[in-house]
Write a protein that binds this ligand. Structure first.
Ligand code: BTN
Length: 253
């Protein structure tokens, strides 16, 4: 049973904790479609049987060892072309919680959290747009916490990094506080402050590495991110390229 003991105003005030479900994001979307779901509701599952990842992939997590949850927001103050700010808010919130445990954590564009070259958290953010506003958002977060081994060598958990065993409820509480604080900052118009913080914490900013786009493998360095969340990479040839999600892949450093 997870309980949010923090002083949060609305994030996590309503927690739906399930021992098992298909996907917390799918369930959150279902709840939204039935209407009458309170903003800030968190659905957390000990075990997802069909956890969804980005690019249509699946999200694997050993039951009971990690955090897999979805937060429902109603950011009607945002226009569809400001969706990326929800990515910024969520990434920075999770990063702040990880950073308190281990200093090496960066945001890998657009919204993965990396410790060194290994992924510790993935997010699936699904928005519903109505007219010129974002009607609702489901922020799905998979944070590797106490799992000690992964089949994917590119994954890592907090426990592997620090040697500690974590209380999942306490971490969820901290995440709720951070998510609320950053979301309220956005609501209050803190766009440029959030964007600067995102860039300061961006994995690979200004460092040369290999990437792959539709034209093949190339070397370059990340220059920044556009207001709508596209990645800017300067190729070693000097060409500045703009990429939407899925148009570029990070390869070796
Ligand atoms: C990724 O990096 O591919 C995104 C992973 C997102 C996983 C989380 S776990 C909780 C929520 N429910 C889902 O089905 N997916 C997200």
């Amino acid at each position: 049973m997870h309980k949010i003991s923090s002083n949060s105003l609305f994030v996590g005030k309503n927690i739906i904790h399930l021992p098992k479900c298909h996907s917390t994001n799918t369930l959150a979307a279902e709840l939204l479609s039935w209407g009458n779901v309170q903003e800030g509701t968190i659905i957390v599952a000990d075990h997802q049987t069909a956890g969804r990842g980005q690019r249509g992939s699946t999200w694997e997590s050993e039951p009971g060892l990690n955090l897999t949850f979805s937060l429902i927001l109603k950011p009607t103050f945002l226009a569809p072309n400001e969706q990326f700010f929800l990515t910024i808010v969520s990434s920075l919130a999770v990063q702040a919680v990880i950073r308190a445990e281990t200093s090496s954590c960066k945001v890998k564009w657009p919204n993965d959290l990396y410790a060194g070259e290994r992924k510790i958290c993935g997010m699936l953010i699904e928005n519903t747009v109505r007219g010129s506003r974002i009607d609702s958002a489901v922020i799905g977060i998979g944070l590797n916490v106490n799992q000690q081994a992964f089949t994917n060598p590119g994954a890592v958990s907090l426990r592997q990094l620090t040697g500690q065993v974590y209380d999942l409820s306490r971490l969820l509480d901290l995440l709720a506080q951070q998510l609320e604080a950053k979301y309220l900052l956005l609501k209050a118009g803190g766009h440029s402050q959030l964007k600067s913080a995102y860039l300061e914490n961006l994995f690979g900013l200004g460092t040369e590495r290999d990437f792959e786009d539709a034209e093949g493998v190339f070397r370059g360095k990340i220059n920044g991110v556009t207001g709508q969340g596209q990645l800017l990479i300067e190729k070693t040839s000097g060409q500045l390229c703009t990429y939407a999600f899925k148009q570029v892949r990070f390869l070796h450093p």
